[in-house]
Each structure stands twice: as structure tokens, then as C-alpha cells.
Design a protein around this ligand. Structure first.
Ligand SMILES: C[S@@+](CC[C@H](N)C(=O)[O-])C[C@H]1O[C@@H](n2cnc3c(N)ncnc32)[C@H](O)[C@@H]1O
Length: 214
């Protein structure tokens, strides 16, 4: 691959070492894929290159801190593998389904998974709603897929009886929770929690909304 320079600050480098440990070379290879074929094939915008490490890979991979050992995951609307592929790289003990309906995205994801030699992740080409009878996992993740009020109906049916949704959100988290009252009630969910993750290692920690059933 001829790779455009993907900048990484000293703080990001330290965070990447902290999150990925001896699997950091796999994360670096993933970033190379994002910056080359990921851009050529429209999975990520060229203007994102300067923010690939900080805003995309590290803000997603830090969610590994919330994952119990050996958990099963479904990442809804995985796109270029965010956050699902970053979690598969950081945590080989997790078993992860990447759920993505668009064929060209699933082809790219499978190519990257094969190149990285990841054995704990599988791509399912489908909309989440088509998998409600087939997928039952401990944790459903989603980032930049839809507003929380829509995500609840798209994701909670994929969670097992004690399962949960972890949605990566930004500053809108509290407003999105306030707007999701009807859906939370319909799916018998408790009041969501807003978690700040990675404050000790990231310049901008991630905001995650955790939704559990009552
Ligand atoms: C804006 S992209 C975000 C991709 C990635 N999660 C990220 O953070 O970069 C939204 C993705 O959700 C997928 N998507 C939309 N509706 C979906 C559904 N009902 N089930 C699963 N994926 C869906 C789209 O195909 C698209 O790849």
C-alpha cells in the first residue's frame, strides 16, 4: 500500500499503546487500510485523514474498557468498522458481528479482516432489523447510525435478556436521551446512563450512552 501520512500526536501514540498493547501493529495496519482503500472506495472521507487516530480509531477503541472478558458483541451500522473492528483488534477475547447492509462496505470489511488475520469477527450483510431472530449478544454497539430514539428499536432486540446497548454519542447525549422516552418505555429500558470513557488517556474522552432493560 502507498499510504498517505496519517498523523498521530504523542498523546494519541501513548493512548494507542495503552489500548492496543502488543496488538498495536494490527491497529496501525487498519489505519493504513482506512487511509488508502478506505478513502478510494468511499468508506471514509479524505478530510478525515488527520483525525483518523484521535477522533475515529481511539475514540472507538477506548470502548474496550467497557467490555467484560469474553463478551459477545454486535456492531450495528459498522461502516468502515467503527467501532466494531477497533474492538476486535484491541480485544481478541471478544466475539464480534459487524452488521452492515451495504455490499461494498461489507466487501471492504472482509478484505481488511482477512489481511489482519482477525478470527474473532464476522461480517453480516443485513439491516439490523433482519437479524432480530438470529442474533442475541451481550452488547450491541453503534456509532453515527441514528438518533438514540431510533437506535433503541434497531438495537435492543439484538441484545440478550441481560444485554445492553452502548451508543457512542457526542454532546447531544442528554438531549437524545430526553427525546427517547417513548422508545425506552416500549422496549422496557431503564433510564440510560451517560459514561465518559478514556478521560485518563485521551485528549477528548468518548461519551457513551448505556441502555439496559429494567
Ligand atoms: C454514517 S455510517 C456510520 C458508520 C460507522 N459506524 C462510523 O461510525 O463511521 C452509518 C452506517 O449505518 C448503516 N446502516 C443504516 N441503517 C442500518 C440498519 N438498519 N442496520 C444496520 N446498519 C445500518 C449504513 O449502511 C452506514 O454504513
Amino acid at each position: 500500500m502507498s499510504t498517505p501520512a496519517v498523523p498521530i500526536s504523542a498523546t494519541e501514540q501513548k493512548a494507542a499503546e495503552h489500548i492496543f498493547g502488543d496488538r498495536l501493529p494490527l491497529a496501525e495496519r487498519y489505519v493504513e487500510h482506512l487511509a488508502t482503500s478506505g478513502i478510494e472506495r468511499g468508506l471514509i472521507g479524505p478530510r478525515e485523514v488527520p483525525r483518523l487516530w484521535g477522533r475515529h480509531v481511539l475514540n472507538c477503541a477506548i470502548m474496550a474498557e467497557l467490555m467484560p472478558e469474553g463478551a459477545t458483541l454486535a456492531d450495528v451500522g459498522s461502516g468502515a468498522g467503527l467501532p466494531g473492528l477497533t474492538l476486535a483488534i484491541a480485544r481478541p477475547d471478544l466475539r464480534i458481528n459487524l452488521i452492515e447492509p451495504l455490499e461494498r462496505r461489507t466487501i471492504w470489511l472482509n478484505e481488511v479482516i482477512e489481511d489482519l488475520g482477525l478470527e474473532n469477527v464476522e461480517v453480516l450483510r443485513a439491516r439490523s432489523e433482519q437479524l432480530f431472530d438470529e442474533v442475541s449478544v451481550d452488547i450491541v454497539t453503534a456509532r453515527a447510525v441514528s438518533a438514540l430514539k431510533n437506535l433503541i428499536g434497531m438495537c435492543m432486540p439484538l441484545a440478550n435478556s441481560s444485554g445492553e446497548l452502548l451508543a457512542l454519542k457526542g454532546r447531544s447525549a442528554a438531549d437524545e436521551i430526553a427525546a427517547a422516552g417513548k422508545e425506552l418505555k416500549k422496549h422496557k429500558c431503564a433510564e440510560p446512563e451517560i459514561l465518559t470513557v478514556g478521560a485518563d488517556v485521551l485528549e477528548e474522552p468518548s461519551t457513551v450512552v448505556r441502555v439496559r432493560r429494567r
